[in-house]
Structure formats: C-alpha cells, structure tokens
Design a protein around this ligand. Structure first.
Ligand SMILES: C[S@@+](CC[C@H](N)C(=O)[O-])C[C@H]1O[C@@H](n2cnc3c(N)ncnc32)[C@H](O)[C@@H]1O
Length: 315
C-alpha cells in the first residue's frame, strides 16, 4: 500500500479530520506535516514536481515561468559547483533538481515531511543527481544541523508555514557562513488588503486553510523578521509585476472550469466510494478547492502575493 493510501485509509483517515478541524488555530509544524501527507499526490497531479506559484507573462507557458522563477534564486545567490547550499522546505525536489542542474552546486534538501522526502529521493535518483543532491528530514524551526555549515540558503514558498518567522529566519542565519546569503520567495499581504473588510478577511482565512499556512503578514512585517533575525536586507519586493499573473493556472483550463471541477469531484467521490481512491480524498479535494478559489480572489483584489522575492545576507 502506498504511503498516501496508508495515510488516508482506516484510522489514519483521522488525519483529514485533524487537519480540517485545525482551521483558525496557529498550526504547529506537525499540522503542516499532516497537510503535506494529504495533499502531495494532489499537487503532483495538478501542478507537477515544483510546488510553487510563478508570475506568468502574457503568452508564457506555466512550466517556463516556474523554471525562470527558480533560476532567479540560483542567480541571485550566484550558485556554483563549489558551493554547499540548503533548500529549506524542498517539497519533492522539483526546484532543487532544476537549480542543481543549472548551477552544479551541492544542495541539501530540508523537509519535515517524510512522504515528500521519500518521493524526492526517487526523483533525484531517476535524474542521476545523487552526487550533488541529498536530503535531510528535519524542522526548519530547529534543524539540529551544525552552525555555519552552508555557503547559501534558499526557500521557495516554504517559510509561510513557519509558526514564528523570526525564529525560523534566525535558524537559517545560524546555518549560514558569515557573508552567506539567503534568497527565495515569501507570501505577504499587499497594500489593498483592509483588515476591516470582511471579504478580505474571509479570503485570507480560506487561503491560509487551503494552503496549510500560518497567518499571512504584511511585506513590512516579513522584512522586519529578517532584520530581527540578524540579516541585512539586500533586496525585497513583489516579483509579480504589471501584466503578469501568478494565479493563472488556478483560473484557466478544463479542470478549473465549473464543469471540469464538477467532473473531477464526481470522479473522486465515485473512486472513494468503490475503494479505489483513499478515504478522505473528497474532503481533501474540497479544502484544496476552497483554497484555490481564495488564491484566485486574492489576486483579483490585489490583496496578496505569493511572489515576495527576498535576498538577505548574514554579516
Ligand atoms: C509549498 S511547499 C514548497 C516546496 C518546494 N520549495 C517547491 O517549491 O516545490 C512547502 C514545503 O515546505 C515544507 N515545510 C513546511 N513546514 C516545514 C518545517 N517546519 N520544516 C521543514 N520543512 C517544512 C513542506 O513539507 C513542503 O515541502
């Protein structure tokens, strides 16, 4: 039985219930771990091996935009073969394999989720990258890795899961050699967000729940967390510029249309009913759809971006 099936089925179906009822609460890292047990197969089926957004230019293909987004991080950190690099929250090693292939750097993928680590290992082997890519199961709040052991660190849409951003960034700061840089993408609220607007609050609540995220903060608060962790901020800003859209894959294509979604929903219900899809699949599909709608709405209203690019340095 695959790990995913094992997680969904029998008594472990409680995982879905635990996650669904964790709404509104500050989630400890074990909830994030459960979240990725539930959604990893869905993400791979719908998104591919890299689990992040990427602002798409007019006419640009999603996969090209994703690769461009990842390479921007490699270039900002000036990654090269002699460097030892940490990928914080590496998913199933989608970005890691692309960045390793592009730069030749030696990359360690850190991930709290054992199921993703197992998948990442397989994909690294299939790509023959074992000589430069390795994995480490751990929590980015307290990795237990030795201090000053990396030349550079990056995190692509992983630290929005941190229950305490400053503490997480302090841990990255500890792991970096002096002068080393940390780059990547964070999530943040934009100026249009109004905390007194009930629609805005509901959209963000659904987005956070659907994405397994902690409370999203403002750009200023993210910047302050870097400063409080001891970093010098070299660059920070929304990389989704005029004319680009990061939510395009969530609002286009047959599977995202009302009819396409209806068909998928019926199919999952039937497969779950006859025991082919694991128990709980329908509920997972439901909260992912809730999150997807909230992401689309957040882009439409200009209240949120998942594309806050940062480059910070340890003195
Ligand atoms: C949105 S996914 C991004 C994955 C990857 N960076 C990518 O772009 O494909 C967030 C990742 O962060 C990892 N993560 C979340 N909380 C973590 C924690 N406390 N410690 C380590 N990894 C964590 C998740 O398991 C997941 O792999």
């Amino acid at each position: 039985m695959s790990k995913a099936k094992e997680v969904y089925s029998s008594e472990k179906c409680a995982t879905v219930t635990t996650y669904v009822s964790a709404k509104d609460k500050i989630k400890d890292p074990s909830i994030t771990e459960k979240y990725y047990d539930l959604v990893t197969d869905f993400f791979e089926a719908g998104w591919g091996k890299s689990f992040h957004f990427a602002p798409q230019r007019m006419g640009e293909k999603m996969q090209d935009a994703m690769l461009r987004y990842e390479i921007k991080v490699a270039e900002a950190l000036q990654l090269k073969p002699s460097m030892k690099v940490l990928d914080v929250g590496c998913g199933v090693a989608g970005p890691m394999r692309n960045i390793a292939q592009y730069s030749g750097a030696n990359i360690v993928g850190l991930n709290i989720n054992a199921y993703q680590i197992k998948k990442a290992k397989e994909y690294i082997q299939k790509s023959h990258l074992e000589n430069i890519c390795s994995l480490y199961e751990g929590n980015f709040m307290d990795t237990k890795l030795p201090a000053a052991s990396f030349d550079a660190v990056y995190a692509i849409e992983a630290t929005p899961h941190a229950p305490d951003k400053t503490k997480c960034f302090k841990e990255v700061h500890r792991l970096l050699k002096p002068g080393g840089c940390f780059a990547g993408y964070e999530y943040c609220l934009l100026d249009n967000y109004d905390e007194n607007n009930r629609d805005h609050c509901q959209i963000m609540e659904d987005l956070e729940h659907g994405g397994g995220l902690q409370k999203i903060s403002s750009m200023k608060a993210v910047q302050q967390a870097f400063l409080d962790a001891g970093f010098k901020v070299l660059e920070i800003g929304n990389s989704c510029t005029e004319g680009c859209s990061w939510a395009l894959p969530l609002r286009t294509g047959f599977r995202r249309s009302k009819f396409g979604r209806f068909c998928t929903d019926v199919m999952i219900r039937v497969l779950e009913g006859v025991g082919i899809a694991p128990k709980g699949s329908t509920k997972v599909g439901d909260f992912l759809n809730l999150g997807a709608d909230a992401f689309v709405e957040a882009e439409k209203r200009g209240i949120f971006t998942p594309s806050l690019f940062f480059l910070v340095q340890k003195n």
